[in-house]
Design a protein around this ligand. Structure first.
Ligand code: NAD
Ligand code: TYD
Length: 344
């Protein structure tokens, strides 16, 4: 199985690549990633020299980058690349439209041109908007995005659907809930809380902290994406979640207790504009049709995750200082230079 994985230097993409290389001896992977602030090749140092793995730096919204990197003979594109942080999309939505919308359309066109037999589009539950206290998101929920991030991901889904309907492209879509685990950039809630708790710094809580998210350990999401890629009927959409709803304050208190830090670090700050109240997934369709179930409970996952960040203080220090951004220049830029020399 030859896979073209976009966004593989990010949080979920890098976990996905490592899971596949560890569990499928027959897989080979091209990791296509622009290395934005969210792309961190230090996530992949332990697989960097695996002969089944190759990194290509490129931008999904640039046709030439994608067409140069995407060879014929690829079995599936697994599309993780995105601008992914809601707060940044509130500051400016331009990069979200360029990467998430234009980038997805560029990849869909390239998939057709290169006759790629399957396109796996990694979407998010946030395209379905916000829930009140009752009810769940299902595959039949209406798309009703509230943040510019969610709007760009919903737009991308529409382009995936249009490519299927208009051009007969084989595509499948997953909509997962909030992920957490190793290698998550510390702008997102859980790694931010762990890092600040370890350092004894204030924990910013938006608004009253009663917003609910449905948390899933990253490996469980990756196993779902892989199972959907291998088993789902063309055109299908699956909602993925682990039935682990928690209010933000509850998550924060659980982490503070796991780290052994005082609850007095909790600091209430202004609420996020348009802050979605609640996300919650009913995963019954992916469980019954694909046979996927989550393996890691929230309590186990938080303990593993806190342990990982404690054991990987250097990764966190580099993520926070920006030092991880030197990795490409120090370790890989020579490859592009030498390949350009070889062509001249
Ligand atoms: P991330 O921000 O950690 O990583 C994104 C990756 O995409 C980075 O490596 C970045 O360099 C790359 N990238 C960004 N713009 C690019 C471009 N123009 N061209 C090529 N590469 C580019 O994101 P993540 O949390 O790993 O999320 C991955 C995917 O999963 C996204 O599509 C996101 O919408 C989706 N998702 C995330 C969550 C979550 O909780 N994090 C939940 C459900 C779905
Ligand atoms: P986040 O990790 O940004 O994910 P998303 O917005 O995609 O759900 O935020 C998770 C929740 O935590 C969300 O309700 C916003 C809240 N939050 C805080 O209260 N403080 C913070 O510093 C951050 C980053 C998030």
């Amino acid at each position: 199985m030859k896979l073209f994985i976009t966004g593989g230097a990010g949080f979920i993409g890098s976990n996905h690549i490592k899971l596949l290389l560890a569990t499928d001896p027959d897989v080979s992977i091209v990791n296509f990633d622009a290395l934005t602030y969210a792309g961190n090749l230090e996530n992949l140092t332990d697989v960097a020299t695996d002969p089944r793995y190759r990194f290509v730096r490129g931008d999904v919204s640039t046709v030439a980058d994608v067409m140069d990197a995407l060879d014929e003979g690829i079995d599936a594109i697994v599309h993780f690349a995105a601008e992914s942080h809601v707060d940044r999309s509130i500051e400016s939505a331009a990069d979200f439209v360029r990467t998430n919308v234009v980038g997805t359309q560029v990849l869909l066109d390239a998939a057709r041109a290169r006759k790629v037999p399957r396109f796996v589009h990694v979407s998010t539950d946030e395209v379905m908007g916000s829930l009140d206290d009752g009810g769940f998101f299902t595959e039949d929920s209406v798309l009703a995005p509230n943040s510019p991030y969610a709007a760009s991901k919903a737009a991308a889904e529409h382009f995936v659907r249009a490519a299927m309907q208009t051009h007969g492209l084989d595509a499948v879509i997953t909509r997962c809930s909030n992920n957490y685990g190793p290698y998550q950039f510390p702008e997102k809630l859980i790694p931010l809380v762990i890092a600040n708790a370890i350092d004894g710094k204030p924990i910013p809580v938006y608004g009253n902290g009663q917003q609910v998210r449905d948390w899933i350990y990253v490996d469980d999401h990756c196993r779902a994406v892989d199972a959907v890629m291998r088993k789902a009927a063309t055109g299908s959409v699956y909602c993925v979640g682990a039935r682990s709803e928690r209010a933000n304050l509850e998550v924060i208190r659980t982490i503070l207790d796991a780290v052994g830090a005082p609850h007095s670090l909790i600091t209430y700050v202004s609420d996020r504009p348009g802050h979605d109240r609640r996300y919650a997934i009913d995963p019954v369709r992916v469980e019954s049709e694909i046979g996927w179930t989550p393996r890691v409970t929230f309590e186990e996952g938080i303990a593993k995750t806190v342990g990982w960040y404690r054991d990987n203080a250097e990764w966190m220090a580099h993520a926070r200082s920006g030092a991880y951004r030197d990795f490409y220049e120090k370790n890989l830029a020579w490859r592009e230079t030498s390949s350009a020399d070889a062509h001249s």
